[in-house]
Design a protein around this ligand. Structure first.
Ligand code: ADP
Length: 324
């Protein structure tokens, strides 16, 4: 049985490798374009990581010192991935906020698409939280405010991220959080778009139209999925584990539906978690229409009841792993 399992795992790995692009050459040429008539040459540095279908390398323009992340995917992808990548490109390229990985440009070279992104050289929030076995409450305040700010920005632009998790939040050289990977993001219809849609759909038969589309002035709660995710992220930053972790996905769904989670007990974990922190998480894990928006979140007593570090405090303390 074990042999079969190993074989299956190897097959899966080779199938996955087929989706990934081959390692890039040492120099990658960006073809001339309207805003860069001469084109450009990127010198490729070390590999940063592999995702579902992308591979990421460090890179810099020849003769310049600023370093970037080059996210590389094959230009020819299976249809489903192509769709995911197109949304990612379209949405990410329109974002500009200090806690979102900055998108610089995209180009094609040797059958691969290159995204030139802001470099986050300190890995993901997930790796850091695991390494540290949970953060202190001041550190959690620092990151929660940064992530809430990015969510506020996305929602104001009509974007729902839909896949916020610690593994998709990267750390820049100062240890600031930057949301990356917009592969599952979606455009939310709000305000004017919604009016136009209502006007056009109402020309036809309304038999098939959900009431929330027809009800004027009633806002959908779709964007609140990101607030739920922030609730999970805050719990995980404090305890180093997501609240509903289970061995099967069915069980995770069941526990999430029943809000079946427990805070670690101070006796067994030697970890004190304040009532304010627990209350904040509980508000974000309510039903969608009751979840607080980002402005309300940062006014919660968790943020006002204790120390809020500034970036330089965080940077010097978190970069290295703590003494064992
Ligand atoms: P996918 O969309 O295929 O899941 P990701 O966006 O997760 O790919 O990127 C794959 C890996 O590349 C990440 O896990 C991370 O290690 C690294 N990475 C992605 N973006 C950056 C970045 N801006 N700076 C540094 N490393 C990054």
């Amino acid at each position: 049985v074990n042999e079969l399992k190993t074989k299956a795992a190897a097959q899966l790995k080779s199938a996955k490798d087929k989706e990934h692009p081959p390692p890039p050459p040492n120099n990658v040429t960006e073809p001339p374009s309207a805003d860069r008539r001469e084109g450009a040459v990127y010198q490729v540095g070390k590999m940063l990581g592999k995702g579902g279908f992308a591979i990421c390398y460090e890179g810099k323009l020849a003769g310049m010192s600023k370093r970037f992340a080059l996210k590389i995917v094959k230009s020819q992808m299976p249809a489903k991935m192509e769709q995911k990548f197109q949304t990612e490109l379209q949405i990410h390229s329109k974002m500009r906020q200090k806690n979102i990985v900055q998108f610089h440009r995209a180009f094609t070279f040797e059958s691969c698409t290159y995204l030139v992104l802001e470099l986050c050289p300190n890995g993901s929030l997930m790796d850091m939280v695991k390494r540290r076995k949970g953060l202190t409450e001041p550190e959690v305040r620092f990151y929660s405010i940064q992530i809430a700010g990015a969510i506020k920005y996305m929602h104001a632009k009509g974007i729902i991220h839909r896949d916020l998790k610690m593994g998709n939040i990267f750390l820049d050289k100062y240890m600031n959080a930057k949301i990356g990977d917009f592969g599952l993001a979606a455009l939310l219809l709000t305000g004017k778009d919604m009016q136009i849609m209502r006007r056009t759909t109402l020309c036809g038969t309304p038999n098939y139209i959900a009431p929330e589309i027809l009800e004027k002035g009633k806002k959908g709660h779709d964007h609140m999925v990101d607030i739920w995710s922030l609730g999970i992220i805050v719990f995980a930053m404090l305890t180093s584990k997501p609240p509903f972790q289970s061995s099967t996905t069915d069980e995770i769904y069941r526990r999430a539906r029943d809000r079946d989670y427990e805070w670690p007990s101070p006796e067994t974990s030697q970890k004190y978690i304040s009532q304010e922190a627990k209350d904040l998480v509980a508000t974000m894990l309510q039903d969608a229409d009751k979840r607080p928006d980002p402005d309300t979140i940062v006014e919660h007593s968790f943020f006002t009841s204790g120390y809020l570090p500034i970036a330089s405090d965080i940077s010097s303390k978190l970069r290295e792993s703590p003494p064992q």
